[in-house]
Design a protein around this ligand. Structure first.
Ligand SMILES: Nc1ncnc2c1ncn2[C@@H]1O[C@H](COP(=O)(O)OP(=O)(O)OP(=O)(O)O)[C@@H](O)[C@H]1O
Ligand SMILES: [Mg+2]
Length: 488
C-alpha cells in the first residue's frame, strides 16, 4: 500500500487475496467483493496463497481455515514470519465456531474472524475497517520514517558542527557529571571522550577552581541560583598530563533537561600577548624611571648639596641673600620629593625578589603618615616573588584597594597582609562602611576595572567581598609557578 496514494486513492482499488479450497465458496466471495469495487485475486490453496502474496503483496487477505495440505493457521504463521508480508491484515473466514479456534486465529496474527455462513454486509464492513486501519498504519509508519530521517539528518548536522568546532563543548548534569564532549575537548585536554563521560567535570580543573565548582553546584542544588552562568569568564583548566592553561568559559543552562553546557576556548596565546604587552610597557616605564633617577635625580641631588654649601657660606642672617638661598634649598627639596613620587609610580616594586614585601610595607607607611586612617602591613613569613611583572601587578592591585579604602570607606583601620603557600595571597581589609551593593553602571571610577584587568592578565583570582563585622575585604590570589604550569 503506497502511503502517498492512500489519502486520495479510491478505496475500490484496494487489492484482496481471497483463499478458500471450496471453489464454489471462492467464486461467490470473489464475485461479491469485485461487485463492491475491490481488486480480488482468488486462490484455492494455502501454498498458492503464499506464492501469490509474495509475488504481489495484497492490501488484505481473507483466509479460510480448513484446507487440505496447509490450513489457514499455518498460512497465517508463514505470512507473519515474512518481514515483507507481516503487516498485511488477515481476516479468517471459517465454519469453525469453537472459541479455541478463534483464539488460535488471533494468536497466529489474524486481525478478525468471520464465521460461515457470513453476511456480505458484515464482511464488507469488517474488510473496510481493516483496510482503513491498515491505511492509517501505513501513513503513520511513513510519517515516522520521514521524521526519523529528518531527525537523523539534523543530528548528523549537529554532530558535524560539534565535531568541527574549535572550542571544547561539554555538557554536564546537575551533579557535575560529564554527559557529552566534542572532539575539540579531546584535543584540548588530552583525554578521550570515553575517559571523560560519567566523570565529574572537576577532573578538568585544578585547585582551587575544583573546590569552588563543587561549592557552586551544591549552592545551585540548594538555592537554584546559578552563579556560573554567563559568558567570558576566565578560568584555569587542567589537562590529562596535569599541566594547566587559561580558558575563557561560557556556561548556559538547559533547564528542561537539567543540563549545563560549557564552551571553553583556550586563551593561552591571548594571555601571552597581553602579558607581553604589559611586560614591554613595564620595562619601558622602568627605563624612564631609571633614566630620571640617573639624570634629573642625580642633578637635583648635586644641586641640593651645592645649595646647602652656599647656604653655609652665606650664613643664617636676615639678609636678602640668605632668604633667597633658603628658598632655593626648599624648592630643590620639594622638586626632589616630587621626582621621587613620580619615580615610585614608574618603579612601584624594586626588581629584587623581596620588592613586593618592601613596596607593600612602604605603601602602608605612606597611608599611615597621611594620618587619616591607621594602616598596618602584616607579613608573618618572608615572601619572595621572582617575577617582577607579577609582583608589580599584585602591588598595583593592592595599592588601588588601599587607596579606595582610604578614600571611600570612612574606615578607622586598613590592614594589608601578604602570605604565600601554594598561592601568593594579598588581603586588604578595612573596617569602614562597606561597598554599596547597588549596581554601579553609571559609576565613572576606573580603579576596580583596572584591578580586575591586571588580575586577569597575570592569571590571579580577585575577590571583593564584605568583611566581618563591617568593611570590605579584597583578596588577590596568584597560583605560584604561574598560570601555565608544567605537567605533574
Ligand atoms: N573599600 C571600599 N569601601 C567602600 N566603598 C568602596 C571601597 N572600594 C571601592 N568602593 C566604591 O566603589 C567605587 C568604585 O571604585 P573605583 O576604584 O572603581 O573608582 P574610584 O575609586 O571612585 O575612582 P578611581 O579609582 O578611578 O580613581 C568607589 O567610588 C566607591 O564608591
Ligand atoms: Mg579607586
Amino acid at each position: 500500500m503506497n502511503p502517498e496514494t492512500c489519502h486520495t486513492g479510491p478505496v475500490h482499488l484496494a487489492s484482496i487475496l481471497a483463499v478458500d479450497d471450496a471453489a464454489a465458496n471462492l467464486q461467490v466471495l470473489a464475485g461479491m467483493l469485485k461487485d463492491r469495487g475491490y481488486r480480488v485475486r482468488p486462490v484455492p490453496s494455502g501454498k498458492l496463497a503464499l506464492l501469490a502474496a509474495r509475488r504481489d503483496p495484497p492490501d488484505l487477505i481473507l483466509l479460510d481455515i480448513n484446507m487440505p495440505d496447509m490450513n489457514g493457521f499455518a498460512v497465517c504463521e508463514q505470512l507473519k514470519a515474512d518481514d515483507r508480508l507481516r503487516a498485511i491484515p488477515v481476516i479468517f473466514i471459517s465454519a469453525l465456531t469453537e472459541p479455541l479456534d478463534k483464539i488460535r486465529a488471533f494468536s497466529t496474527g489474524g486481525v478478525d474472524y468471520i464465521t460461515k455462513p457470513f453476511q456480505m454486509e458484515e464482511l464488507h464492513a469488517r474488510v473496510e475497517t481493516h483496510l482503513n486501519l491498515r491505511r492509517l498504519q501505513v501513513e503513520l509508519e511513513y510519517e515516522i520514517e520521514q521524521r526519523t530521517i529528518a531527525l537523523r539528518k539534523s543530528q548528523q548536522q549537529l554532530a558535524a558542527i560539534l565535531h568541527t568546532a574549535a572550542d571544547a563543548i561539554i555538557t554536564i548534569d546537575a551533579m557535575g557529571i560529564i554527559k557529552s564532549v566534542n572532539a575539540a575537548t579531546e584535543r584540548m585536554f588530552g583525554y578521550t571522550a570515553a575517559e571523560l563521560i560519567d566523570q565529574n567535570i572537576t577532573i578538568l580543573m585544578p585547585s582551587p577552581y575544583r573546590e569552588e565548582h563543587d561549592r557552586y553546584l551544591d549552592s545551585y542544588n540548594v538555592t537554584g541560583i546559578k552563579k556560573i552562568i554567563g559568558i567570558g569568564q576566565e578560568v584555569v583548566a587542567r589537562r590529562k598530563n596535569g599541566s594547566t592553561f587559561p580558558v575563557e568559559l561560557a556556561v548556559s543552562a538547559v533547564d528542561h533537561l537539567k543540563l549545563f553546557t560549557g564552551i571553553l576556548r583556550d586563551i593561552t596565546r591571548r594571555k601571552e600577548l597581553e602579558r607581553d604587552v604589559l611586560e614591554i610597557t613595564s620595562r619601558e616605564q622602568r627605563r624612564i624611571g631609571q633614566d630620571l633617577h640617573d639624570s634629573v635625580g642625580q642633578e637635583l641631588t648635586a644641586l641640593n648639596i651645592l645649595a646647602g654649601d652656599l647656604a653655609e657660606c652665606i650664613g643664617t642672617d636676615d639678609s636678602n641673600e640668605s632668604k633667597l638661598v633658603e628658598r632655593i634649598v626648599r624648592g630643590l627639596r620639594r622638586s626632589q620629593k616630587e621626582l621621587r613620587t613620580v619615580m615610585r609610580g614608574l618603579l612601584p616594586v624594586a626588581v629584587d625578589t623581596e620588592g613586593l614585601m618592601a613596596a607593600l610595607s612602604d605603601l602602608a607607611d605612606r597611608i599611615q603618615r597621611e594620618g587619616k586612617v591607621t594602616c598596618t602591613f602584616d607579613c608573618p613569613e618572608p615572601v619572595t616573588v621572582a617575577d617582577n611583572l607579577d609582583a608589580t601587578q599584585v602591588f598595583l592591585i593592592a595599592q588601588e584597594a588601599v587607596y579606595n579604602a582610604a578614600k571611600h570607606a570612612w574606615a578607622n583601620h586598613i590592614r594589608v597582609s601578604l602570605k604565600s603557600d601554594q598561592f601568593l595571597v594579598v588581603h586588604i581589609r578595612d573596617d569602614g562602611v562597606g561597598m554599596s551593593t547597588r549596581p554601579t553602571e553609571n559609576h565613572s571610577g576606573l580603579g576596580l576595572r583596572i584591578m580586575r584587568n591586571r588580575a586577569a592578565i597575570i592569571g590571579a583570582k580577585l575577590n571583593i567581598q564584605p568583611a566581618e563585622p563591617t568593611g570590605t575585604l579584597v583578596t588577590c590570589a596568584l597560583l605560584r609557578g604561574n598560570h601555565e604550569t608544567k605537567p605533574d
